[in-house]
Design a protein around this ligand. Sequence first.
Ligand code: ADP
Ligand code: MG
Length: 257
Amino acid sequence: MTISNRALRETASPTPNRADESEPTAAVRLEGVSHEYGTGSGGGFRSRSDRTVTALEDVSLSVEAGEIVGLEGPSGSGKSTILHAVAGLLVPTAGTVALHGTDVAALSDRRRTRLRRERVGIVFQRFHLLPALSARANVALPLVQAGVPKGRRRERARRLLERVGLENRVTHLPGELSGGERQRVAIARALATDPDVIVADEPTGELDTATGETVLEALTDIGRGRATLVASHDAETLAVADRVVTLRDGRVVSGER
Ligand code: ADP
Ligand code: MG
């Protein structure tokens, strides 16, 4: 893999050919995706219907490189499930999820994990930083897995922290940072491997409005040239999106062409 070179590339990928929106090589493409939680597990329930939850039903959507797509909908409408499917954290029960034409479900678990680590940056609502590691070490973590040498990891992490406005917080521990700063560390970490897909799940959900703004600036800055999916029910967060897809009960009700 050429991960270290990609990781060190500072600029985003070129603008997409927007005339080709139906191309199978969209950065992210979901087609007829349905997902039921709770199938296949053991337990004492008598019938499937007692314990399965239909989280998604026949969802199709695509995200082009350079595009930020917002996912809105009430709690439980399936936003996180879509993001997890895009990130390869779950394989939907039906339909296909493709990243640049690669069907994620067709990959072995190992290859899917690798694809996620190298190509997808994930930003969670609750940051998910390791408390014992400095901001820089948290950002560098994905590069450890990618086999990037230590000196380059530290330099890359420092530059990413600078890019999200945290050049003075490089050696701080997460516990020494505000919520907004922690989320910007998480955004820098999501960028570490220079992924071409970013998924952000309620990235401002834990933050007040003013703090959320700096986080959104960081997110839109890194989103340039990448395909970004951001789930939120906050209007200011959704305002950074080029397009908003609305979900209700696991179905797309508006926003997808
Ligand atoms: P959102 O992110 O929009 O709040 P989710 O994708 O988390 O929605 O959830 C969609 C539906 O799937 C909800 O009904 C939720 O209760 C259910 N669900 C989510 N995760 C699980 C899980 N791990 N096991 C069972 N049901 C789940
Ligand atoms: Mg959610």
